[in-house]
Design a protein. Structure first.
Length: 364
């Protein structure tokens, strides 16, 4: 079964979230951007992957089209492990991490989709899982920088059945507002997106500690300063989470060796796809650290996260959901949580196929 073609499709879907547009990379986000990777085989099977893109869609797309596709066309689509290794090795000159590994992640997810379809099994069954049909969700609120809006959105999430809520805030007032709105029975997490020096992080963590954080996420820049995160964790007693910016199992190996985190957060669209995610999961298990995937996505990367989480059967694992309202969905309501939980797709491969009408309307 040979790889016949590799196609990229950029899908941009407008959204609202109850706040003013914000973003990174010098631009505000008004659309949810998904870079689909469509792999077709000479046997007629099609696999769908997703490469992390957000504000770097053009760069990741170019990497897939000019660096990755020419190497894999004609190769055996079933030889996923060898392709993962060879691609990482042959492209390392252009950067081991970032854009290159984002591109490889999208291809790898698509190849695992094909492998599970060839076996006529959902991916979680192919990987050895069968018992989990429902997975608990947490609402991942966007950045508001406004205590009243944070409180209102927190109350809305609680009313929707979420018992775990993550903020993207860096000030005490917003965290306090969320805790007061949620009450004491709801877990509150805070993702700060790497804003502070180690000393700034220490002072802010002590300010936030009274609000009983389930975890504090990526408090220090640069995110790979694992020793600094470990010192913060030990010195404050606050649980730490990190890993969405880690690429490949090697960065997770170093993070876990430093005893930096309580929760490891691989992102399947950034870490190297399903193949690297599985390696990270093993590392986390042997380190006694809870795997808590990063998955604020609405494409194949989200489905892959559901499948991987279901395959593990790990108690306490949560699936992240961006708390936004999309104008359209690639999978309709099938990926919407009900009473704070997701249904694991039972179809072959990733479990569902993207809606061609949505691709036609919002894709390019």
């Amino acid at each position: 079964m040979k790889i016949a073609s590799v196609e990229t499709i950029s899908v941009k879907i407008p959204f609202s979230f109850g706040g003013a547009p914000t973003g990174y990379g010098g631009r505000n986000w008004t659309t949810n951007n998904i870079l689909l990777v469509k792999v077709q085989t000479d046997t007629g099977l099609t696999g769908w992957g997703e490469a992390f893109c957000y504000g770097c869609t053009d760069a990741v797309r170019a990497a897939l089209q000019s660096m990755v596709a020419p190497i894999v066309i004609g190769r055996d689509a079933r030889d996923i492990a060898r392709l993962s290794y060879e691609l990482q090795q042959s492209l390392h000159l252009f950067g081991r991490y970032g854009i290159t590994i984002f591109a490889l992640s999208g291809l790898d997810i698509a190849l695992w989709d094909i492998a599970a379809k060839a076996a006529n099994l959902p991916l979680h069954r192919l990987l050895g899982g069968a018992g989990q049909t429902s997975l608990p969700a947490y609402a991942s609120l966007l950045k508001y920088r406004d205590p009243e809006r944070v409180a209102a959105r927190t109350r809305q999430a609680v009313e929707q059945g979420y018992t775990y809520i993550k903020l993207h805030e860096t000030e005490e007032a917003e965290v306090r507002a969320a805790r007061e709105a949620a009450g004491n029975g709801i877990a509150i997490m805070v993702d700060t997106n790497c804003p502070w020096t180690p000393e700034q992080a220490r002072l802010m963590t002590l300010k936030l500690r009274p609000y009983d954080l389930h975890w504090l996420e990526e408090p220090i820049f640069p995110p790979e300063d694992f020793q600094a995160i470990a010192r913060l964790r030990e010195g404050t007693g606050v649980a730490m989470a990190a890993g969405e910016n880690n690429c490949t199992a090697f960065q997770f190996r170093d993070m876990l060796a430093a005893n930096a985190v309580d929760y490891a957060q691989p992102s399947v669209t950034k870490v190297g796809g399903v193949s690297e995610f599985l390696k990270v999961a093993t590392l986390a298990d042997t380190a006694g650290v809870t795997l808590m995937p990063h998955s604020p996505y609405f494409g194949p990367g989200f489905l892959a996260t559901l499948q991987l989480t279901a395959a593990r059967g790990q108690p306490g694992a949560l699936v992240e959901r961006y708390h936004m309202d999309l104008e359209a969905s690639l999978y309709g309501e099938a990926i919407d949580p009900v009473n704070g939980a997701f249904t694991v797709p039972a179809g072959p491969g990733l479990g569902r196929e993207p809606d061609p009408d949505v691709i036609k309307t919002y894709g390019s």
